[in-house]
Design a protein around this ligand. Sequence first.
Ligand SMILES: Nc1ncnc2c1ncn2[C@@H]1O[C@H](COP(=O)(O)OP(=O)(O)OP(=O)(O)O)[C@@H](O)[C@H]1O
Ligand SMILES: [Mg+2]
Length: 400
Amino acid sequence: MIINRRPIIQDGIIPIQLSSLSSENNQQHQLSEREELIVKHVKQIKIVDLEQHPAYNGPILFNQDVTFIIHVFKSTDEEPIEETTDEGGDVEEVTACKQSTLPNDSFDGLWESLIFDENVKYNLLEYAATTMRFSDLGVDQNLISWNRVVLLYGPPGTGKTSLCKGLAQKLAIRMSHRYPSGGTLIEINSHSLFSKWFSESGKLVMKLFKKIFEIVEDEESFVCVLMDEVESLTAARKSALSGSEPSDSIRVVNALLTQLDQLKRYKNVLILTTSNITEAIDLAFVDRADIKQYIGPPSAKGRYSILRSCLVELMRVSVIKPNVIIPKWTDKEAPENSYALKLKEIAESCEGLSGRSLRKLPFLSHAFYLNHINGSVDLSQYLNAIDTAIKNKILNLSGD
Ligand SMILES: Nc1ncnc2c1ncn2[C@@H]1O[C@H](COP(=O)(O)OP(=O)(O)OP(=O)(O)O)[C@@H](O)[C@H]1O
Ligand SMILES: [Mg+2]
């Protein structure tokens, strides 16, 4: 019998344990055929997305009325394929796009690692589900329109790009039964499209989209196109007004928008875009986005959760010993737990730090404020080191 003795359901990996003794007659338990199949083929079982639902309120007991939605999938360890601007001649070669097969091992756990205060993740999943449902039902797009374009904007290091990649992975997992050919994430390098060789850019856009359309044509595959830093479109238009090659750059921006318009007609496509400049995104582009979601720096609660996840990881690899439980911000034990109290104090003291900076903080604290480089330290020592690092503004030192 495959057992899991956890009485409570929480996010996390469930170790697959096999009972070595049968409970009744104390004899060696023989695996059933089904159990053998699981042990042989299942790498891990994870419980995820509990907190995504707005009604969620803490751990759920097994004996409560819970509906499990189970997704079985096979992830690949394939490296991304890079397409370069290989035009020959003396023009420098740059990466035009990167193509990754989904679900991909390199994105495993990314979605779960992202912590936002609002229901950003839940809303994105619901948005994707609605685009699929409306397409499936054949809703007339002349009457009800949606563009399959998402724009995430906000300051640097707040998790926009990671969220797009995590979403692509998540959707590929959730929809693996619908798309037997699998999923693909295509990351377009906006900078290469709007490089200084505008004369080449038009050709590049066409070449790039030709490739994308080839993949999208297969209706049995799911495609996410990620365009990071779309503000480069605006930069291109601006340079058109003042620069040396006005017509070229305008043409490129328009070519790109036209291609995107054609792409969104396919129901197996989602276009994910990001920008870290709030005001200056190309208006024609902004207009095309169904969701324009601001992603800001985390709140104190978010900072607590991010740092907590870093500390849990450091305990997993025994940099911090012994292994102790740090309650979540909302756990009822938190107000009496000394680690939680200290971590709360730290989280409150570092307002404005982005997720990226927070994830760097434990590393820098170890490097500069702990003496036990080769040995383990306990959690209190580590928390003090983080505290000192913040007080000494270490992240400013490192350029954040
Ligand atoms: N809200 C968050 N929760 C957890 N981790 C985060 C969060 N925000 C950022 N991070 C971490 O910071 C790192 C950088 O994130 P990412 O590159 O996605 O940010 P970004 O918003 O795209 O930044 P930029 O605007 O500079 O491109 C990632 O490793 C990510 O895990
Ligand atoms: Mg980014």
